[in-house]
Each structure stands twice: as C-alpha cells, then as structure tokens.
Design a protein around this ligand. Structure first.
Ligand code: GLN
Length: 387
C-alpha cells in the first residue's frame, strides 16, 4: 500500500492530551491539560437550557451567528478602542485551535517561514507542519523569558511571512510589555510581516501587569490576525468556541479556510455564549481576582515545599524545575509522578525547541480544595521521585 502523508511522522499526538489520558487511567489529579474544574457562569447555563428547546439546532452562518458576532464586536471595540465590524472583521471558529490553524493556512504558503518564540504552545508546531510553514524559533530566556532583540531581528532578516505571539504565554506565563510589543511591531513593519496572536488568556493577568493588544499599535491592525477563545474566559473549554479578528481582506481568506475545515462552530452553543460576551466589567475583574488567589495559593505552596518554580504574570501555568530529582527524561518523570504521586503534569520538553528536560508544567485552574490536595500530595514528591 502507498505511504500515507509525509507530514505524519513530523509531529506526534498532543503530549498535553496524552498526559490527560494517563492521568484519567490512574485516577490522578490532572494538572496537565489546562481547563477549569469549576462550572461556567450560571447565566450561560440557564441560557443553554433555554436554547435546548428554543434552538437554533441547525447550522449557523458559517463565519458565526450574527448575534454572537455582534456581541464579540461590541466587546472587542471596547477593549481595543478600534471599531470592529461584526460583518467584516470576525470569524467565529471551533476554539482558538481552529482559529490559529485557519489563520496560519490563510496567511502562509508552503515553504514560507514563521517566527515562533520558544517555549511555545505545542499546537504551533503542528500548525506550521500542516500548513507547510517552516518555523524559525527564537528563544525566550529564563527567568523572565525575555527575548534577545538582536536574535529576533536576525530571525526577521530571514524573510518570514509571520510571527506567532502567545500573550499571555502558555506555558511560561510571560506577559509581553508594551515596550517589547513596540519593538516587535517595528520589526513587523520594517520587514513587511504579519502577526498571528493567540490571546486566549488576555483576562487571566496578574497585577501589576497590563495587557497591550499589538493590533492597537500604529499601523498594526491591518497586519494582525488576532486569535481568541471563549474557553478560558467563561470556563467553557468543551464548547469549542473561538474567533479571529482581522482586517476585511484577511478575514475573507480566514472565512474560506474555516468554511471548508469545519463549516462552523456549534450553533446552540454560539447562541448560549452571547450572554457571556455581554457581562459587565465586574465579571472580568472577579475572574482576575479568582485566578490571582489560585496562583498565589499554588505558587506559595510550591515555595513552602522547597520546589523551584516560575511565578506567572498571566495565564494559569507554572513551570517547575525538576533538576534536583536527577531524572534524564521529563516524560518519564511526569508519567511516574502521575502514577506514584497522583498528580499529572506536562513534560516541559514538548514546549521547547531547545533540549530542555528539567521543567514540567502544572496548571492551576482548579478549585482551592483541589489545589490544597495537590500540595498535600506533592509533600512526598522528593521522597518518591528522588533518584
Ligand atoms: N490550552 C490548554 C493547555 O495548554 C488545553 C489544550 C488543549 O487540549 N486544547 O493545556
């Protein structure tokens, strides 16, 4: 029989979801795949119950139900201070995962280069391979995950078509400063490039960090393809609702890719999500406070246990240093920890281009009692995992 696609050996299944399966298999607490263990806001659930009987149950318009796009447009106009047209600037997608894939496919030709910071969210590797793009990795340096401006410019000199920016960053929790984004925007304009942003953690931001939308910098709206999602903001990761914001010219291309990839996101869920987009600012302030408490509880707990870790500026992930445990392979470490300690994490090597194997990623989108239980279990980590 003929060989299957040559692209297949180039990437593996998602390590994040692999760890979730192992965690489920052994009944561990799953701090690998990042999703909340608490329910979505009640108004969304009430609306979903109504929609079950009232509909819609058939296809929405392929690029998103009109009322959802109007609600997104209003929300984005408020956040960006740029008028966003529901009919010209938005495509609703099946999560940010599809938003990113459709955007990369709409912008990049096979063989063209795309700049990706390392560490990076594992999907970007697969997005590049599936769309035929050739990634140029630019390292972010610990402890604050800054980039070296000269290295970044050297990457831009290689004639990339786009740069992918995850802000706040999964997995390292970096929030790009306005100054950093201005520097990137200067290079984007100078080297005539596009920016594809992954903004799904925009509201999960810890004070005093502030969020800057790169699309709001001078001349950047027409160069930015902003990918976003309702998953984390409204604790509805299983609803698979995301969206892309860009200029009409780019959106027309993303619409075409999206149409043939998925036809559209689930219409009853689009309808039920509209109430979320209409929440007042207080909802987002409360979300920020909620995650700040979780971050502090979890990070302080790790510190108390003498475990070295990052303190995120945004998003809900912590990278913990496992050098002192004496393992060569972070995959083995995570699988063994899941089985023996009952806590699952993601091996950090799946996020780095460089040969990094001393970090593991925990998420902390869990209820406080659950986070305390995790910390109880981690008390034995040194005893159980030391080689
Ligand atoms: N973004 C989440 C994470 O990094 C969930 C990934 C996924 O499975 N879509 O864990």
């Amino acid at each position: 029989m003929k060989e299957l696609s040559k692209k297949m050996p180039l990437f593996t299944e998602s390590v994040i979801r692999h760890m979730t399966r192992i965690s489920d298999e052994c009944g561990a607490i799953n701090l690998s795949q990042g999703f909340p263990d608490f329910p979505p806001p009640k108004p969304l659930l009430d609306r979903l119950a109504q929609v079950a009987y009232e509909g819609p149950h058939q296809y929405a318009v392929t690029w998103g139900a009109q009322n959802l796009r109007e609600a997104i447009a209003e929300n984005r106009t408020g956040r960006l201070g740029i008028p966003i047209d529901p009919n010209k600037n938005i495509v609703v997608t099946c999560g940010s995962t599809e938003a990113m894939m459709a955007s990369v496919m709409a912008v990049v030709n096979p063989g063209e280069k795309v700049i990706v910071f390392s560490p990076f969210y594992e999907n970007y590797g697969a997005d590049a391979i599936l769309s035929g793009a050739d990634p140029i990795y630019v390292p972010l340096y610990q402890p604050d995950f800054h980039f070296n401006p000269d290295e970044l410019e050297a990457a831009f000199k290689q004639n990339p078509k786009a740069i992918i920016i995850c802000n706040p960053s999964n997995p390292c929790g970096k929030v790009f400063t306005r100054k950093e984004l201005e520097f990137i925007a200067d290079l984007v304009r100078k080297y005539d490039t596009y920016v594809i942003t992954d903004e799904v953690y925009e509201y999960i931001l810890y004070k005093p960090n502030v969020y800057t939308y790169i699309s709001t910098l001078p001349g950047m709206f027409e160069r930015t393809i902003a990918c976003n999602s309702l998953s984390k903001t409204y604790s509805i990761t299983g609803w698979r609702l995301g969206y892309v914001i860009a200029s009409p010219e780019i959106i027309d291309c993303v619409k075409k890719v999206h149409d043939f990839l998925t036809v559209g996101a689930a219409s009853p869920l689009q309808e039920a999500a509209v109430v979320g987009l209409r929440f007042p600012q207080k909802y987002y302030d409360d979300l920020q406070e909620l995650y700040t408490r979780k971050r502090d509880l979890f990070c302080d707990g790790l510190t108390r246990l003498g475990l070295q870790h990052t303190k995120p500026q945004g998003a809900y992930y912590v990278l913990m240093d496992i050098s002192e445990f004496g393992w060569d392979d972070d995959n083995d470490f995570c699988e063994t920890m899941t089985r023996k300690v009952g806590v699952a994490a993601v091996p950090g090597s799946s996020f780095f281009r460089e040969p990094v194997n001393n970090l593991i990623r925990f998420h902390f989108a869990k209820s406080e009692p659950m986070l305390n239980e995790v910390l109880n279990r981690l008390e034995n980590l040194k005893k159980i995992m030391q080689k």
